[in-house]
Design a protein around this ligand. Structure first.
Ligand code: C5P
Length: 242
């Protein structure tokens, strides 16, 4: 008897600048499909934080790469649709990781090629059946170049700053909107202009602007990009997951 071919595990990549809605939309798409979710930004944030805890110089590429290789990062999935907890070296760092200071540290170490190389396999290991939704900056260009569907999500800088501001306010963190806008624009510029894995759409990515769209409309647009057979599975799963 001939064996059925083993199909590759499907992947949806959602890349884009900070505050474009990647995290929320990726989590909802993953939930609708019953797939796994990778928040690659949290991995870079976790390494930046671990390096700071250990007093590693963030400009010392070899030292940060060694820190990336030894840092233990665990995602504890919460209840339905909730943000997972992130444990860094067994400490709950969820709150600290969302701060813009952690974003800036992540962006600094993410520009170092040896650090990206040290984190590549860890990210690819998230790919497991029935499928993966991965969000970040280089998911479609570097980590999963053969992804089934690639999305590049954008929104105006002002809207992105407003969303981050609300997110932080809801978590009890007080920051000014103007300050946040400046920090976000500076981080995007650094991410887009770095030599290694810069923030840019993959050649075969579909761009979606989320500025004036409700979240659920964007989720539907992403799901509509899936091939028919995977969409049918999504419909079956949505009966179970909604
Ligand atoms: O997505 P998030 O804002 O959590 O990412 C934090 C930082 O980590 C980004 O500004 C970027 O510099 C870096 N990053 C990256 N590649 C990814 C995900 C995040 O360089 N795939």
């Amino acid at each position: 008897m001939t064996q059925a071919p083993v199909l590759p595990v499907p992947v949806i990549t959602i890349d884009g600048p900070s505050g474009s809605g990647k995290g929320t939309i990726s989590r909802l798409v993953a939930r609708r499909l019953g797939w796994h979710y990778l928040d690659s930004g949290a991995i870079y944030r976790a390494v930046g934080l671990a390096a700071a805890w250990e007093g590693v110089d963030l400009a010392d590429e070899a030292a940060v790469a060694a820190c990336a290789a030894r840092t233990r990062i665990r995602f504890d999935t919460g209840g339905d649709g909730e943000e997972p907890k992130v444990l860094v070296n067994d400490k709950d760092a969820t709150h600290q990781l969302r701060m813009e200071t952690a974003g800036a540290a992540a962006s600094a170490i993410a520009a170092l090629p040896a650090v990206r190389a040290a984190l590549l396999q860890l990210q690819r290991d998230f790919r497991s059946a029935p499928g993966l939704v991965a969000d970040g900056r280089d998911m479609g260009t570097v980590v999963f170049p053969e992804a089934t569907v690639k999305v590049f999500l954008t929104a105006s800088a002002e809207e992105r700053a407003r969303r981050r501001h609300k997110q932080l306010k809801d978590k009890g963190v007080s920051v000014t909107l103007a300050g946040l806008l400046g920090e976000i624009v500076a981080r995007d510029e650094r991410d887009a202009s770095r030599a290694v894995a810069p923030l840019r759409p993959a050649d075969d990515a579909v761009s979606i602007d989320s500025t004036a769209q409700p979240i659920l409309a964007v989720v539907e647009q992403v799901l509509a990009l899936l091939p028919e057979d995977l969409r049918a599975r999504a419909q079956a799963a949505s009966g179970r997951n909604n």
